[in-house]
Write a protein that binds this ligand. Structure first.
Ligand code: ADP
Length: 502
């Protein structure tokens, strides 16, 4: 299996820097070395031009002194001596050739063996020629006396020094190049290492955010692009955290709503079950009387009893249906508030008046101690609440008892406070264990007791719902064998919040 080698950013950038430096060095060294070559060549050319001119002068002088002979003969006679002289003068080995290109003489101990035939052809045409052989350089130049060709002079020069110098410089470049390469790589690596460390930190921060740990500070404080990136990541982390907490909040609200909906559904099921049951009882009673009347058509006492009972049951049914409808509409529909400023005293007085006849029938005295004041409520709903509580106080009273209705102000969390409507009776009272449940729908302290008084178990539940919708509350303050005390509290000004300040 092939394994892919990963070179990190550090290595790549350091390598890039090193390669850049190396290429600069290569170009530079090539240029310098080419310059050195060029310079060496020029120097040699100058040297050879100078030496060959000197040699030409010397040979011509020699040729012109003494008796005139042919250049060939001259060379044959004097070339060996001249070659030694010229060698000593120039500091180089010198070989001379006749005009016919044959060997004439040399300052070397033995005749040089290098084949210079081709080169001699050029000198025959008046040109100078270089021949390099290993570290040896041969320079051949024609010798003239005016237009007459005297032969060819050949200098033997060694290039060893030049080569040595050239390779010294080359080595210098190689060593420097390698050092620069290594230093460049290291410096680059160290510099990039620092930058990559910052990137690694940012990467770590991103991973941290991914796993739900949000940043408390930007991690990297810099005034460059990486600093800006760090700041950006920090801000992103903040906004993710805040939108996540918003989402969590929304989720919790939704869950709450679901729980509330489930509760409502449950309540509604229970409500329907209860109401069906409650509707059955009076209907059974009515049907039973219908059967009895069918059987004993002429019984006047039965007729009277049936009329009374059917009337009572029908009234109970009516009350039950009315309250049930009101309660269920309040649960299902958003409460349509028609709240306004209501003068409390006239409304309470009106409630007392409405129940006066019923109270008299029960042998109960109604008293009202009312004071002036206003509340923020729906007057119709308020009337329902007061009537229900007052009705209970009359229903569950003892013959000769009293019902007292009064109102007073208390300070609340809002600047205006609350109006407290108090209903006190001298009735049969509510057992301690029933105190917390009397506001539940269909709850009655005792089925028989309640039915005997025409109760449905919906009255107080309706009062509580209505009170809460007006941002108020209803509560049983106390109850015992000598009577009960109920309180309805309503805000005096318009409240948008729930009644948590109470
Ligand atoms: P109901 O229609 O049965 O009166 P409510 O919801 O109005 O239903 O009252 C619930 C129960 O609380 C009643 O069944 C009754 O037993 C009891 N109750 C309410 N008010 C009083 C009171 N003033 N004195 C005694 N018992 C009361």
């Amino acid at each position: 299996m092939k394994r892919k080698i990963h070179i990190g950013l550090k290595g790549k950038l350091a390598m890039l820097l090193a390669l850049l430096l190396a290429s600069v060095l290569i170009v530079l060294s090539t240029m310098v070395l080419a310059g050195i070559r060029e310079d060496q060549r020029n120097r040699l050319e100058q040297l050879f031009a100078h030496e060959s001119a000197n040699a030409n002068l010397r040979v011509r002088q020699e040729f012109l002194t003494g008796t005139r002979i042919t250049p060939d003969l001259f060379m044959q006679r004097s070339a060996q001596r001249l070659a030694v002289d010229l060698g000593a003068q120039s500091g180089m080995a010198v070989t001379l050739y006749k005009p016919d290109d044959s060997f004439a003489g040399t300052s070397l101990p033995i005749q040089p063996r290098t084949d210079v035939k081709d080169a001699l052809e050029y000198t025959a045409k008046g040109q100078s020629v270089y021949i390099t052989e290993g570290v040896q350089l041969l320079y051949l130049a024609p010798l003239y006396n005016a237009d007459e060709r005297l032969g060819t002079v050949q200098f033997h020069a060694s290039l060893a020094d030049q080569y040595a110098f050239y390779s010294r410089i080359q080595n210098l470049f190689l060593v420097t190049g390698a050092a620069v390469l290594v230093a460049g790589f290291l410096i680059g690596y160290l510099y990039v290492w620092r930058q990559v460390n910052v990137i690694a930190k940012l990467n770590q921060a991103a991973n941290q955010i991914g796993s739900g740990k949000y940043l408390l500070d930007p991690l990297v404080q810099r005034k460059d692009e990486l600093g800006e990136l760090a700041q950006g990541i920090y801000e992103m982390s903040g906004s993710i955290a805040s939108s996540l907490s918003q989402l969590t909040e929304e989720k919790l609200k939704l869950l709450d709503a679901i729980v509330r909906l489930q509760e409502l559904e449950q309540q509604q099921k229970q409500f329907i079950g209860n109401i069906s049951h409650e509707l059955k009882t009076p209907l059974t009673s009515i049907l039973a009387y219908a059967d009895l009347l069918e059987m004993y058509r002429d019984d006047p006492s039965l007729l009277e009893e049936a009329r009374m009972q059917i009337g009572k049951e029908a009234e109970r049914l009516y009350g039950l249906v009315e309250k049930a409808l009101q309660l269920s509409s309040m649960d299902i529909y958003e409460f349509e508030t028609k709240a306004k400023v209501v003068e409390v005293s006239p409304l309470l007085q009106e409630a007392v008046n409405r129940l006066q006849i019923k109270a008299e029938r029960h042998g109960v005295t109604m008293e009202a101690h009312l004071s002036e004041g206003t509340v923020w409520a729906d007057p119709e709903n308020m009337m329902h609440m007061v009537l229900n509580v007052l009705d209970n106080a009359v229903k569950y009273n003892k013959p000769g008892g009293t019902v007292t209705l009064s109102n007073h102000l208390v300070e609340g969390s809002n600047s205006e406070g609350y109006m407290v409507i108090e209903v006190v009776d001298t009735g049969i009272g509510i057992p301690m264990d029933a105190h917390s449940r009397i506001f539940d729908p269909f709850y009655t302290v005792s089925g028989d007791r309640s039915r005997a008084y025409g109760g449905t178990g919906l009255g107080l539940s309706l009062v509580r719902s209505l009170a809460e919708k007006q941002h108020g509350l209803v509560r049983l303050v106390s109850s015992g064998p000598n009577g009960s005390r109920f309180e309805i509290m309503l805000p005096m000004v318009h409240l948008n919040t729930e009644t948590d300040g109470l």
